[in-house]
Design a protein around this ligand. Sequence first.
Ligand code: PMP
Length: 286
Amino acid sequence: MSTAYLNGEFLPLAEAKISPLDRGFLFGDGIYEVIPYYRGKSVGLVPHLQRMLRGLAEIEINCDKTLAQWSELLDDLMAKNNGAEQNLGVYVHISRGTDSIRNHAYPKNISPTIFCFTFAIKDPEPAQRTKAAGYTVTTSEDLRWKRCHIKSTALLGNVIHYQQGYASGNHECLLYNEHNQLTEGSSVNAFIVKDGVVSTPILDNQILPGITRGIIIDCIKADGSISLEERVITMDEVHNADEVWISSSSKEIAAIIAIDGVKVGDGTVGPVWEKAFALYSAAKFN
Ligand code: PMP
């Protein structure tokens, strides 16, 4: 049984209980993070925590822990879950807290509910394109809200889009806005490759500023041998791309080999993915 953290206490996950009047439960009123640790070494810990603190400030949840205190808490949680021996994701959830009534207005004088637990994550993909798994996706108009840069626990929009892909036997659902422009996937950021150039949508309120996305951009730029652009990408470009990738803390960089049942490029994991994945794998613990 894994050990969780709830409001100042470490306890077995099955014993962690919250009130049904918690605003996370009633309204999805909270912020969350998922941070990967490979045998105790975290990927992107500081940017993950910075994004979380930004999200809390944006929705006015007052949580007085500093970045250093969060990092220490997660180290303790890792130690209690034998994190040095296995690959674990850490889920961190901060809701506005438990009220005494159900009312939309932010209540005054309540403390946030803080909940963290760990879960097993897979080993990274093999770094060779001939061995790496290829993913398939569907597509849909992005029908979520206009604050997708906030990592909110209110994920119903994402869940419905994820299910559109999952129900038809696919791994994800790529989303586009009313102008037929790529935004992201239901739980991932997205990249395309055309003629050797990697492109990914710009950061705005339509997408989550993914930590994996950031590491990919930084390591490709630092290496300098692959061109990379952050720009508006149309769905026509997605359908005509040589390679399409999705990225997240749990999937790292995953190559898409079919979109809506149609092959991407020649339908195999591509050479630019292989190069970028090698760069990412070398940079991810920095
Ligand atoms: N977009 C969405 C909607 C997400 O939920 C996630 C995280 N699962 C991502 C992008 C990727 O973010 P990160 O690389 O920080 O995991």
